[in-house]
Design a protein around this ligand. Structure first.
Ligand code: ATP
Length: 488
């Protein structure tokens, strides 16, 4: 029998398991649910409807963890009356396109539960998003039009489209929208006001630069006010952009009385806040990726919270230098050796067990077909670079993970994009999949490694925002979340 884990955060649980409202529950408590016969498999939990369906179909069984304690401090779509309202929802439909065809619709499907809920409440919905980097002007390569067909198919209704996110057409289409109908606006980033960036390179004096910035700020406000004019309630579902104070993520909220989170955002906040405010112990953080410089703040914020800190990837070799261990030609950030030493000192003082790789897969070149060998801790010779953690490190890290109740993972253990150096990262994904812990995966590359491993469904939460999840774990206030109405 395969094992799966059901890890529901407060929101999802209240939605789909009303029998457990306001309670923590173990799998045994599920016996109170209609259709439960003691041994049933509950597979995926992204979407509440799915869980119900699976219950009713009575598939096979396993390990269930339900968490009902809410940590969400912001209002959500459940906290406001949506009936008859026009909802302006910021989504992240920044999907990959090839010749105008969407090659991966994950971001669209991720927003579906929130979209369906809003429509089911009798509201009409205006969706806005960015796609790619069109540099502040219309560019058909970055049009959101290809989303219309996919979204219409997924929702089973005809989604309307406005060729311009602002202007008379958008206003008329939004005004005519009936309850249950959806309008998608064209790419917000066809306007420079969305990001609010100003090119000051041609300006010489500080006064000129300041004036240009102030002018853009004003234009951004006007642009946001125009977007706000389309709806009655603002909903944020674009976690990937909440760390940016853009017109559609932050400025626009100033024009709404009700500014609430959708399900996707709620789930992100719920998992990530739990990890940094009230994690279950042992708490293991796995930090990897190319450079220590991009992860210093997250390590610093997590160090007082975790029991074990596993360091892998390229950044491990800056720690190696700080310990005076040989690194050969491995990636080292010379100016961060001191920082690595400080982190190790802090970990020791805090009683955190900081584990570095104890062996390595080294290569004679940064290439897939390079000559490779496995070497021990102090065996990295000149002319060789460590591109993955070795088998003993995998075992050591996996042991620590097997005892964890909470795991946060950001950054791969090696150059997993090249097959000879993928084992460390894939084995860590496997080790996490085999535990019953709450596992949170953030960071673009770690997420793509987990997806590649085929183990994504075994993780409790895979964040939809690389930069945003990193900033959240760093303890920073994210403008797109801070701007939402507080829960009462
Ligand atoms: P993102 O920054 O996109 O959110 P992430 O946080 O998951 O992703 P990064 O910090 O960007 O991860 O690092 C990922 C990169 O690190 C990968 O491209 C990988 O090849 C590289 N990397 C991992 N280990 C090593 C190593 N030992 N030497 C050099 N590069 C490495």
């Amino acid at each position: 029998m395969s094992r799966a884990r059901l890890s529901l955060s407060g929101c999802n649980m209240l939605e789909c398991l009303p029998a457990f409202k306001g309670r923590r529950a173990s799998y045994r408590n599920l016996s109170g649910l209609p259709g439960w016969e003691g041994k049933q498999k509950i597979r995926l939990y992204e979407n509440c409807n799915k869980i119900y369906k699976l219950f009713n179909r009575r598939t096979v069984a396993c390990n269930v963890e339900i968490r009902s304690d809410r940590v969400m401090k912001k209002k959500t779509i459940r906290d406001v009356c949506l009936k008859g309202k026009k909802v302006l929802m910021r989504v992240d439909f920044n999907v990959p396109l090839q010749d105008g065809i969407i090659t991966d619709d994950t971001r669209i499907t991720a927003a579906l539960p929130g979209i369906k809920y809003v429509l089911a409440q009798g509201a009409s919905l205006i969706l806005m998003s960015h796609l790619g980097r069109p540099k502040g002007k219309p560019d058909s390569k970055y049009s959101l039009k290809p989303v219309v067909g996919v979204l219409s198919d997924l929702l089973g209704i005809t989604v309307k489209f406005a060729d311009d996110c602002v202007g008379e057409d958008a206003q008329n289409l939004a005004a005519d929208l009936q309850p249950g109908e959806v309008l998608l606006l064209e790419n917000l980033r066809f306007y420079p006001e969305e990001e609010g960036k100003v090119d000051v390179s041609g300006l010489t004096s500080d006064a000129e630069k300041q004036a240009a910035k102030s002018e853009m700020k004003e234009r951004q406000k006007t642009f946001a006010a125009t977007l706000a004019g389309l709806g009655d309630i603002y909903v944020s579902e674009a976690f990937g952009t909440v760390h940016r104070a853009h017109a559609s993520t932050a400025v626009v909220t100033g024009f709404f009385e009700e500014r609430v989170a959708g399900f996707l955002l709620e789930r992100e906040i719920d998992y990530l806040s739990r990890a940094i405010t009230n994690p279950e112990h042992p708490f293991v953080a796995i930090i990897g990726g190319a450079k220590i410089s991009s992860k210093i703040d997250v390590i610093t914020n997590l160090i007082d919270l975790v029991d074990v800190l596993l360091i892998g990837g390229g950044m491990a070799y800056t720690f190696y230098r700080a310990k005076n261990l040989p690194v050969g030609n491995s990636l080292v950030e010379q100016d961060k050796i001191e920082v690595a030493a400080e982190i190790m000192e802090r970990a020791e003082k805090a009683g955190v067990s900081l584990l570095l790789p104890v062996d390595h897969i080294v290569a004679d070149a940064f290439r897939e077909d390079a000559k490779t060998k496995t070497v021990e801790e102090s065996g990295i010779e000149e002319g060789w670079m460590a591109l993955d953690i070795g088998p003993r490190s995998v075992q050591k890290f996996a042991e620590a993970i097997s005892r964890a109740k909470t795991v946060v993972w950001n950054g791969p253990m090696g150059c997993f994009e090249m097959a000879p150096f993928a084992n460390g990262t894939m084995s860590i994904a496997q080790a996490i999949a085999e535990t019953d812990c709450v596992s949170i995966i953030g960071g673009g590359d770690s997420v793509s490694a987990v997806n590649k491993s085929g183990l994504a469904s075994k993780m409790s939460h895979i964040s939809t925002g690389g930069g945003a999840s990193l900033e959240f774990l760093e303890g920073k206030e994210l403008p797109g979340i801070a701007a939402l109405s507080d829960a009462v």
